[in-house]
Design a protein around this ligand. Structure first.
Ligand SMILES: [Zn+2]
Length: 64
């Protein structure tokens, strides 16, 4: 009974991050852009705006 869905979905992606340091501590924060609650892998700095993934990606300049 080894049917646990496909594991090829994110193959080669989050490997390094997931296994090298164990579970990552996530902090709850509120997105400064859309106000959505999100989690960040670092301690939210009150002086700095925190963005959820979507807003962060939006703000990040595309490389191509
Ligand atoms: Zn947001």
């Amino acid at each position: 009974m080894e049917r646990k869905g496909s594991q090829s979905k994110e193959r080669g992606f989050s490997r390094e991050r997931d296994y090298s340091r164990g579970p990552q501590t996530m902090y709850k924060a509120k997105c400064s852009d859309c106000g959505e609650e999100t989690e960040v892998p670092f301690k939210p700095d009150p002086d700095r705006p925190v963005y959820c993934r979507e807003c962060y990606a939006k703000r990040k300049p595309k490389r191509y």
